[in-house]
Design a protein around this ligand. Sequence first.
Ligand code: ADP
Ligand code: MG
Length: 320
Amino acid sequence: DQLISQIAAGEVIERPSAVVKELLENALDAGATQITVRLEQGGVKRIAITDNGRGIPPEQMPLALARHATSKIASLTDLENVGTLGFRGEALASIASVAQLTLTTRTADAAHAWEITGSQEGNVVPASGSPGTTIDVQDLYFNTPARRKFLKSEQTEYGHCAEVVRRIALARPDVTFSLTHNGKTVDHWNIGEFAKRSAHILGDEFANARLPVDESAGPLRIHGFIGLPTASKARADGQYFYVNGRFVRDKLLVHAVRAAYQDVLHGDRYPSYALALDLDPALVDVNVHPSKIEVRFRDSRSVHQFVFHAVSRALAATSA
Ligand code: ADP
Ligand code: MG
């Protein structure tokens, strides 16, 4: 059973950044407004995420670490209308099967925090800590050396982790995030407007030369910022696209944006952008595989046209 757990976990927990993603989504699900991510050695040695969310009552702590115990999906209809980010109910169990996991948590009305270590049978013991939750994940793949061999350099793994934090932080400017690596604070983003958060995350060059996009048509709305050509150097990591609040890397959407740049500016550079498309959840399928970030639209042609025209119009406003 432990082995099956580890195999399943290997698929979900591909690398440290997958842990970071799951823990951040849980913190957001818990209503946190302040989240601290502490990494050591690219996340392989340690990933500790602290939030000020609602916490977990002590009697539910063992359940939180149990496989499939918390799945929120009750029916296929639910699957189409997944509101919260977590819905598989096994991230913590998977992580706990391939790393040393300690959960320390305190609800708002509790006199003190409680702590539990290990996957299933750990005792819940009193601990100190403010309201909220800390999940401390150490020595990833300590018990699966074969898995560990697939990890890249500390710097590469760190880069993936930091990118996951940026993707989520950009989607949630209403939450303060901070990120430290090996004891050094790398990023700190205070609660603020999307405009400010995107400037902060995409950098000064983008912030100084960007165009607002904000259009609606029927069930579709797109808003955000696109980089001007001067800000659009061949930077393949400056593209942030969200569908209903979820970061996606989708061929159709990427194509629509690039086609608009080519059409209006005749350039072939990678544009930087931070765009959010919102639509009725019934009009889009989010691939439920945990590591996938692709979506399928009911009417992909009209989505493509909508995005293409919105970006084209924003660009045309300056080149006119
Ligand atoms: P899922 O998020 O799919 O339910 P997880 O394994 O990621 O499954 O988390 C299990 C459960 O533990 C969650 O449903 C939630 O009740 C609780 N939980 C996990 N992380 C937190 C957190 N940071 N704050 C409060 N509750 C949490
Ligand atoms: Mg979760």
